[in-house]
Design a protein around this ligand. Structure first.
Ligand SMILES: Nc1ncnc2c1ncn2[C@@H]1O[C@H](COP(=O)(O)OP(=O)(O)OP(=O)(O)O)[C@@H](O)[C@H]1O
Ligand SMILES: [Mg+2]
Ligand SMILES: [Zn+2]
Length: 276
């Protein structure tokens, strides 16, 4: 399969940065805070690529930089150094030099982002149907009846019952709110879906149901999926290939099954033992 996404030498410093920050980044040392200028070194010179249709996992403990990385991929944050390249119909597009209109194009047409916190992923003033409609409209559909029909069909796809379509997000359970986020993400027919801890905070049975729903939708639509989790169980369930992150660096990369069976890095080994 051709490449769909690529990142090269990506770093993110929260703070003003200094030459010592750069030294930490390029030596990939463990510090997450620069002792000279107190900046946070959230990502340190990360590179990888994702192929079309991949189910790609990003796993690591809290603070390892996973959400920062996803926010950069969705163009919500800009990297301090490095570049994100998205292949739009095989043509490489460098995100470092695109206009705001093009940012909207990539966010509304090419990628969708499912957040851990439904308050970040949903508009709580709009009904379930209205939330999905927002995406259909952003993609250019302006016919009221058709927008409503499309939106409701995606809500049905994710298991929201017809008599709940016009309820507000606050009237739904956590698991149902994630279903609405998934419907919203699918509604723009994206090539890439980014998921940040999609089931964290849900109870275990609901987690399993949502993971199975995501798997089934992947089979049906064939999008590329980038899944962030601190939980190796979820990465095992949902991904074929993954990176393991620690303190803003990639410590391991490979096929998910192989990493789980034969982890090379002591950090991955400790993640696995904590799962058993
Ligand atoms: N806007 C910000 N300003 C300053 N520091 C930030 C900002 N956003 C994130 N950070 C810091 O960057 C580091 C990486 O954070 P990030 O949210 O990417 O971690 P994470 O792997 O997603 O963790 P979690 O599993 O807890 O969600 C952390 O030290 C965090 O405190
Ligand atoms: Mg996070
Ligand atoms: Zn510094």
């Amino acid at each position: 399969m051709p490449k769909i996404l690529e990142i090269n030498s990506l770093s993110k410093i929260y703070g003003k940065g200094c030459s010592y920050c750069n030294k930490i980044i390029y030596e990939k040392s463990e510090e997450s805070i620069c002792p000279e200028c107190n900046s946070v070194l959230a990502l340190k010179d990360i590179s990888f690529s994702i192929k079309k249709g991949d189910r790609f996992g990003i796993v690591g403990e809290s603070g390892s930089g996973k959400s920062t990385l996803l926010k950069i991929l969705y163009l919500l944050e800009t990297p301090t150094t490095g570049d994100v390249i998205i292949y739009d119909n095989s043509a490489p597009r460098h995100m470092s030099n695109i206009s705001i209109n093009q940012v909207n194009y990539f966010q509304n047409n090419i990628m969708s982002f499912i957040r851990q916190n439904p308050y970040q992923g949903l508009n709580f003033n709009f009904t379930a149907s209205g939330n999905v409609a927002e995406r259909v409209i952003a993609k250019g559909n302006q016919n009221f009846n058709s927008v409503r029909e499309i939106s409701n069909s995606f809500l049905s796809k994710t298991g929201i019952l017809k008599n709940r379509f016009y309820d507000l997000p606050s009237q739904f359970s956590g698991g149902q709110q994630q279903r609405i986020q998934i419907a919203k993400a699918l509604a723009s027919n994206p090539q890439i879906i980014l998921l940040d801890e999609p089931t964290t905070g849900l109870d275990l049975t609901i987690q399993a149901v949502i993971l199975d729903l995501l798997k089934a939708l992947y089979e049906e639509y064939g999008f590329t999926m980038v899944v962030v989790s601190h939980d190796l169980g979820i990465i095992k369930h949902l991904t074929d290939i993954c990176i393991v992150m620690k303190n803003g660096s990639i410590v391991e990369f490979g096929l998910t099954d192989q990493i789980l069976q034969d982890p090379q890095h002591p950090y991955t080994q400790s993640l696995i033992s904590s799962m058993l």
